[in-house]
Design a protein around this ligand. Structure first.
Ligand code: NAG
Ligand code: NAG
Ligand code: NAG
Length: 345
């Protein structure tokens, strides 16, 4: 029993001197809500307050917290550690202020690297301020037209925001911007990875943007010729959009893409079944021009009717905005039918 009490006392001493573990931060921020301050500066204030005893840490809470965390580290003298920390944080702040001045003076490239340096200094105090610095570095690199460094800085910022449990939405936004940037460089695989991370984070945060991101995920998956996964995504999008008056108009486009994914895999029998299934489930789609054109397209293919196929293709192209990829896929089929047509005569 006395050992437990001793452990508790040691823990209080140890953690008062080592305030940089995530659970300590959580403890401080959650237990001291009375001390509200700006996110950037509040963290240091809270630590300082805790170390100097302005906020009294109730012993039973600290003991409970030690039990769930389970880690104890070596301790040094509380006052020297606090001075050390304050000096380090002050150096980080000075670096950031320097970066802000450089940015204001339009010296974007050097401002960007200075923000990164400040970010590295902030990292030992937790991810949030470091993430903000990396995000600033991203903006400066963009201004300096250094696209690749901008992407690296934004990636660092996304990782850091993701480490901060209260910044999940911000992490999601950073990953989404990262995905857009990487997509514009043509690296679709990497872009898809970041969109997926963004979607997961938005979902964790209960943010509706998880759904809007899925259109990007579906389109990239299609561009990467991953037709099975793309069709699943388009079906999810259709199901999620049908009851929303703003999104409903996109449903036919998603369903056309779903059917053409099956076509692109070369399975025309399945394409016919998938189409009928969509028509039954989405009644308005079943009576649409897109549905009719797809039905004609499939039956013309099955009859080796090149002219009928071409006509159905033109109808489809008129009733919906076809992605370039589908034009290529369908023109190839059309060519094949033209040639087959000759050999059948
Ligand atoms: C297609 O996408 C799915 C879902 O994202 C993935 O699990 C699968 O590995 C991908 N397939 C290929 C061939 O890339
Ligand atoms: C419909 O979708 C829009 C755009 O995503 C969204 O802002 C809106 O909240 C949705 N409405 C409903 C009723 O879900
Ligand atoms: C598809 O339709 C558009 C007009 O909507 C037209 O400009 C384009 O040439 C058509 N593409 C093909 C390959 O027929």
């Amino acid at each position: 029993m006395s050992a437990v009490i001793l452990l508790g006392l040691v823990a209080v001493a140890a953690y008062k001197t080592k305030p940089d573990t995530p659970s300590f931060r959580k403890f401080i921020t959650e237990e001291s809500k009375t001390q509200s301050a700006s996110p950037a500066k509040g963290w240091l204030n809270k630590i300082t307050n805790a170390v100097t005893g302005v906020i009294n840490l109730p012993d039973f809470k600290v003991t409970g917290w030690v039990k769930t965390d389970g880690t104890l580290s070596s301790s040094s003298s509380a006052s020297s550690s606090s001075a050390h920390t304050a000096a380090q944080e002050s150096r980080a702040e000075q670096e950031k202020e320097k970066a802000v001045r450089l940015k204001r003076d339009g010296k974007y490239a050097v401002a960007a690297t200075t923000f990164l340096a400040a970010g590295r200094k902030y990292e030992q105090f937790g991810p949030y301020d470091a993430a903000l610095c990396c995000e600033e570095a991203y903006k400066c690199f963009k201004q300096a037209n250094d696209k690749s460094s901008a992407i690296d800085a934004l990636h660092r910022s996304a990782i850091l925001f993701n480490k901060d449990s209260r910044s999940t939405t911000r992490a999601a936004r950073a990953y989404e911007t990262l995905a857009e940037n990487v997509r514009s460089t043509g690296d679709l695989t990497r872009s898809l990875e970041y969109y997926n991370t963004a979607r997961d984070a938005f979902e964790t945060a209960g943010d509706g943007r998880a759904k809007t991101i899925l259109t990007n995920i579906a389109d990239i998956t299609l561009s990467l010729h991953n037709y099975t996964a793309a069709r699943t995504h388009y079906e999810t999008l259709a199901a999620e959009s049908i009851d929303n008056s703003t999104l409903r108009f996109s449903v036919p486009k998603y369903l056309v893409n779903g059917v053409l994914c099956t076509v692109a895999e070369g399975d025309w029998v399945k394409a016919g079944k998938v189409l009928e299934g969509y028509g039954a489930r989405y009644v308005a789609f079943g009576g649409s021009g897109e549905f009719g054109a797809l039905k004609d397209l499939i039956s013309a293919h099955d009859r080796f009717d090149a002219d009928g196929f071409q006509k159905a293709y033109n109808d489809l192209n008129q009733s919906t905005l076809l992605p370039e990829q589908w034009k290529q896929v369908l023109l190839k089929v059309s060519d094949k039918l033209q040639n087959a047509d000759v050999s059948f005569r």
